[in-house]
Design a protein around this ligand. Structure first.
Ligand code: BGC
Length: 751
């Protein structure tokens, strides 16, 4: 990191500003031009600079240990001198008010500040981590939780959100999958748009609207080896088919900022990638917003081996299309000089400043810089409606992988041994990327279960071990608790700091102390429900896998305990589905359902065929496939009908199947539609999700579920790297997961 104070404080060469536009006038197109014409180079660079909020160094430091924030008075002075355009990750309305006052009334140009933050899945009321929420396969739910988060966050003045994270993530070793929507392009695109709509609300200038930042552009999730920050050596076809669509969907929904990714793509770091930021983003997608660096990503061009020094890094990042520099202060320090030396064109700087000022205007900040800070606006954190929404979202995020012998739901009168490092207490409930939520507000698993039991005393709790360490005597205590109970509920998995940024893993199984605990408890022989807390797909050891019931609970947020009780005791049926494939072994990574078929696919599900695409030890299949998840009903799929089996070039095709609940309890089923293109001019995935629908079926009930396909669903990035469709035969499935379902075929006819 640069070691200088982030913002130098010599006064800019101020031209007199008495007749410059102020207030709403300054935010008009003419007003913005007048401001730009009057700005010094230092003031321009200031608008292109954002720093961690000095008032909350502990917050900023907790998230980003290497942050340089300056002191509050230094930061105030920088604002007064027009050298800072915004601050981020503060949460004090009073301090924001004070800083805004300085910007508007004490700086020469009176340009309002932009207050930003990482409000990833809730502000005070913490909702399930985005990966968990993706399991609900419910864009409307994602829109609602994003809206609630923005309502809370804007009440302290925040106007710009560094979310949603829309990186497709297909490698379970990579820790940041927890922040996104998982491995699928369609689901990721739908959730990206929904979250943007939720954060931004009806109009950007509403007091409760937050500008959204789909991030990180691009292919951050394709980090080689699953190692965070590593390069992504992906083809342009894969970029266009897999990594770009969620961004395009987010921009289509109105997002007007984006963040460059830390990684390089095919050798060019995203922070210096003008093909990505200029040709594609602005040229092809007509993006009119601005690009911010990811933290010190501009400075990191030195370590990447692209830039000679800090000045060079500033030059390369700016030339690469990064409009605003976060945290490194490189633009504040070097842009003016680069312009004076003729190495950066001032017109380009003006264009970036114009983008930023336009967005400040769109957010209503010129008209009323205090619009989000009105004292009448009180924080709505933990409003009952938000808690209810958190409980609904948490419930819908739960994925039941297995329920042998109908062990779940449990009787409220059962004697339960609740065992595991996450059984009690408020830690490890919210997830790795929460800056502003108070963990003590979260309902623990223990409290949630007790509150729902006939006799709260019939619950015994034993930790057994810590997330990654043994506890002396812990296993003995857990074993005695198990012996005395009717049923064991084991809560194991990842601690909340085991996924997230920089938390890549070599082993995606349970940490050793937990494996020992599960084995010891299993040896007692009681029926066991294993609840898996995780921020990624995990592999399960034999003892865990042998549990009668397996429930994936991710990190569920403030309503963890209540939501688990709702489902464990049967008030609600589980309805979530895996948004990421759970592989059999970590070494399959990156593993995703829509991989390519290869020239030598195994001919059967028998292992051992020679010279086939398999590992010596296993077929390359999942342990639990993408899209899988049970309810308390027993659902069967039958009678796929693909109509006449032909789709006219400009026509459509209805595909339907009969879904029946053969069970004794109501079923909530997520019916999925997949296709496979059998012969195309480039290889196509084994399957691709093309739609999903939720149906609720009473015991014994059947429903015909139909989907309509058109040519648009059959397109891919062809040999010349543009989207095309080709006539020919397709396989189609209506299915409860990416590896099962009823199958048919159809043909796309020639035009
Ligand atoms: C993360 C970003 C985040 C930024 C600001 C970085 O470390 O990669 O996702 O928005 O910090 O907190």
């Amino acid at each position: 990191m640069p070691n200088a104070a982030p913002i130098r404080s010599e006064a800019p060469q101020a031209r007199s500003a008495p007749d410059l536009p102020r207030g709403a006038q300054a935010g008009t197109p003419e007003g913005i031009e007048a401001l730009i014409a009057a700005m010094t180079l230092e003031e321009k660079a200031g608008q292109l600079t954002i720093m961690p909020a000095a008032l909350a160094p502990s917050l900023a430091n907790a998230a980003n240990p290497e942050a340089i924030s300056g002191t509050p008075s230094q930061q105030e002075q920088a604002v007064r001198e027009g050298r800072l355009g915004g601050v981020f990750n503060g949460d004090s309305a009073d301090w924001h008010r004070r800083m805004q006052h300085v910007a508007v009334h004490e700086s020469r140009l009176g340009i309002p500040l932009l207050f930003a933050a990482d409000v990833i899945h809730g502000f005070r009321t913490i909702f399930p981590v985005p990966l968990a929420e993706a399991a609900a396969f419910d864009p409307e739910l994602a829109r609602r939780t994003a809206r609630a988060a923005a309502e809370e966050a804007t009440a302290v003045g925040l106007a710009w959100n560094f979310a949603p994270m829309v990186d497709v993530s297909r490698d379970a070793r990579w820790g940041r999958g927890v922040e996104g929507a998982g491995e699928d392009v369609l689901l990721g695109s739908l959730l990206a748009a929904a979250r943007v709509e939720g954060f931004q609300g009806a109009r950007l200038d509403d007091a409760d609207a937050m500008l959204a930042t789909p991030k990180h552009l691009a292919a951050y999730g394709a980090a080689a080896g699953g190692l965070d920050y590593a390069g992504a050596d992906v083809s342009e076809r894969t970029l266009r088919e897999v990594y770009f669509p969620p961004f395009q969907s987010a921009f289509g929904a109105g997002a007007l900022s984006t963040m460059a990714a830390f990684n390089d793509v095919a050798g060019v770091p995203c922070h210096a990638n003008s093909w990505l930021m200029k040709d594609v983003l602005r040229g092809e997608w007509d993006f009119e917003g601005f690009v911010v660096s990811d933290y010190t990503g501009d400075f990191e061009l030195i370590a990447h081996g692209l830039a000679e020094d800090e000045r060079d890094a500033a030059r390369l990042a700016f030339a690469g299309g990064v409009d605003m520099s976060m945290s490194s202060a490189l633009y504040a320090r070097f842009l003016p000089d680069l312009v004076r030396a003729g190495e950066v064109d001032e017109a380009e700087v003006d264009a970036s400043v114009r983008r930023v000022l336009k967005l400040k205007a769109a957010l209503g900040l010129f008209e009323d810089p205090f619009n989000r800070l009105a004292p009448a606006r009180t924080e709505k954190g933990h409003a009952p409606t938000h808690r209810e929404l958190a409980r609904e979202a948490a419930r819908k995020s739960l994925v039941l992988l297995k329920n042998e012998g109908g062990l779940l739901p449990l009787a409220r009168s059962a004697k339960i041994a609740l065992i595991g490092p996450f059984a009690a207490g408020h830690d490890h409930l919210n997830g790795p990327w929460v800056l502003f939520g108070d963990p003590r507000q979260a309902t623990s698993v223990e409290d949630g279960l007790r509150a729902a039991m006939a006799d709260p005393q019939a619950l015994t709790v034993a930790a057994g071990c810590a997330a990654e360490a043994e506890i002396a005597g812990g296993i003995d205590e857990a074993v005695s608790a198990a012996r005395a109970a009717d049923v064991v509920v084991l809560v194991v998995g990842e601690g909340e700091r085991m996924s997230g940024e920089a938390q890549s893993r070599l082993d995606i199984g349970l940490p050793e102390p937990q494996r020992a605990l599960v084995e010891a408890v299993r040896a007692v022989g009681k029926p066991t429900v294993l609840i898996l807390k995780c921020g990624r797909a995990m592999t399960l050891d034999p003892a865990s896998e042998a549990s009668k019931a397996l429930l994936v609970a991710w990190f569920l947020g403030v309503e963890t305990g209540g939501a688990l009780a709702d489902v464990l005791f049967g008030d609600h049926a589980p309805s979530g589905r895996l948004p990421v494939s759970f592989p059999r072994h970590v070494a399959q990574s990156p593993f995703h359902y829509d991989r390519k078929i290869t020239g030598r696919p195994p001919l059967s599900l028998q292992h051992g065929e020679e010279f086939k695409a398999r590992y010596r030890e296993s077929l390359n299949l999942s342990a639990w496939p993408f899209g899988h998840g049970l309810t308390y009903g027993d659902v069967a799929y039958a009678d796929l009908d693909a109509g006449a089996g032909r789709m006219a070039w400009d026509g459509s095709l209805e595909v339907a199947a009969t879904i029946t609940n053969r069970g004794a309890r109501e079923a909530e089923e997520l019916v999925q539609l997949y296709i496979h293109d059998r012969a195309a001019s480039v290889t196509r995935p084994i399957r691709q999700l093309k739609g999903f629908k939720r149906v609720t079926l009473a015991p014994g009930a059947s429903e015909r579920v139909a989907f309509t396909l058109t040519r648009a669903d059959l397109t891919f990035v062809g040999p010349d790297l543009t989207w095309i469709a080709e006539p020919g035969r397709f396989t189609v499935w209506i299915a409860p997961s990416a590896e099962t379902g009823v199958e048919g075929e159809f043909e796309l006819l020639k035009p």
